[in-house]
Design a protein around this ligand. Structure first.
Ligand SMILES: Nc1ncnc2c1ncn2[C@@H]1O[C@H](COP(=O)(O)OP(=O)(O)OP(=O)(O)O)[C@@H](O)[C@H]1O
Ligand SMILES: [Mg+2]
Length: 316
């Protein structure tokens, strides 16, 4: 999508595309909950057990960019830190129903979702109670499937994006069991690939034991600094390791991306012309292109197997 059409999208929803402190004037923002069309959404987890690699920044801005392209998206904040929710302007004080209640109390995810200032984007906020979830999950019934039961149901969303915590804990395991695919952000730094074998092994384990549909959707290089040779070397290394799985789009290091959350806005709304926002719009386009290819492959497999699939073509 050309940036002009993103501007049209924002202005048609009453959102100013100049860098701003509030953007409170998003008058015609609509929640997907207003829509009556329900289907099982495509579920993508943004996961990497390494801390600070850009998971939340990617989840928030990818979700926003998908909305700008016309998709209805639910962003699920699965991290007790709650950065995805606060980055979208959701105040934690006073929240009655959160991801915790959806996982442990059987609360309905759609009812619990909060409308954001971004048209077509809702967020299921997390709560600090999630920090005790690991211990509670150990003895819980169907402990790996709690999120799957809550999210793999007909919803008024095309996509669910899950922002995972920085660990390979039972919470992340729940996200992987619920997901169709994983987006892995990798920071362009010396230790980028370190620990990634654990993530790949975990994905294998989940695929064999709990969720055969799971695969890596793609690896996204984040915080790329073009003035730094190391960034380019790391990017080459990662491409050698993961080949075509690495998205062509690279997310540059861009201060606008780190400023935006403090205004409760995705960078795409805070400053749609900054290089970081443009990169996330390109990433969303690439994600949707891959989705089409995945559908083609899945349909081929289904024809070969003559088996039924719940893969929703309407999401793409
Ligand atoms: N491309 C970027 N350019 C500049 N700053 C960035 C970029 N991406 C992320 N940041 C900043 O880096 C920090 C870590 O990013 P983020 O919170 O997205 O990582 P994370 O993987 O979700 O972290 P955690 O593991 O703690 O959940 C944040 O302060 C964020 O604003
Ligand atoms: Mg995070």
């Amino acid at each position: 999508m050309a940036s002009q059409s993103v501007r049209d999208y924002l202005s048609s929803h009453g959102i100013n595309d100049e860098p701003s402190e509030s953007n409170e004037n998003a008058s015609s923002v609509r929640s997907p909950k207003d829509s009556k069309k329900n289907a099982i959404p495509r579920i993508l987890s943004v996961a990497n057990q390494k801390g600070g690699v850009g998971k939340t920044t990617t989840a928030v801005n990818l979700a926003t960019a998908l909305c700008a392209i016309g998709k209805r998206v639910l962003l699920v904040d699965l991290d007790p830190q709650g950065n995805a929710g606060t980055g979208l302007g959701v105040r934690r004080a006073g929240l009655r129903v959160t991801t915790y209640d959806v996982i442990f109390e059987g609360a309905d995810a759609v009812s619990a979702a909060q409308q954001t200032k971004v048209p077509k984007l809702d967020v299921l906020p997390s709560s600090i109670h999630l920090s005790g979830a690991e211990i509670e999950l150990v003895s819980a019934d169907r402990r790996e499937f709690r999120l799957q039961s809550a999210l793999r149901v007909p919803m008024p969303y095309d996509y669910v994006i899950i922002d995972c915590p920085p660990s390979l804990s039972l919470l992340t395991l729940n996200a992987l069991v619920a997901s169709d695919s994983i987006v892995v952000p990798l920071q362009c730094e010396f230790y980028a690939l370190e620990g990634l074998s654990h993530l790949v092994k975990t994905i294998e384990r989940v695929r064999k034991g709990f969720n055969p549909r799971l695969d890596i959707h793609g690896v996204v290089l984040t915080m790329f600094d073009k003035r730094n040779n190391l960034s380019a070397m790391v990017a080459d290394d990662v491409r050698e390791h993961f080949g075509d799985k690495v998205y062509k789009t690279i997310i540059p290091r861009n201060v606008r991306l780190s400023e935006a959350p403090s205004f409760g806005l995705p960078a795409i709304i805070y400053d749609m012309r900054c290089p970081g926002a443009k990169a996330y719009i390109n990433l969303a386009k690439e994600v949707l292109k891959r989705e089409k290819e995945l559908i083609g492959k899945r349909q081929q497999l289904n024809q070969d197997d003559n088996t039924h699939s719940d893969f929703s073509e309407e999401a793409v």
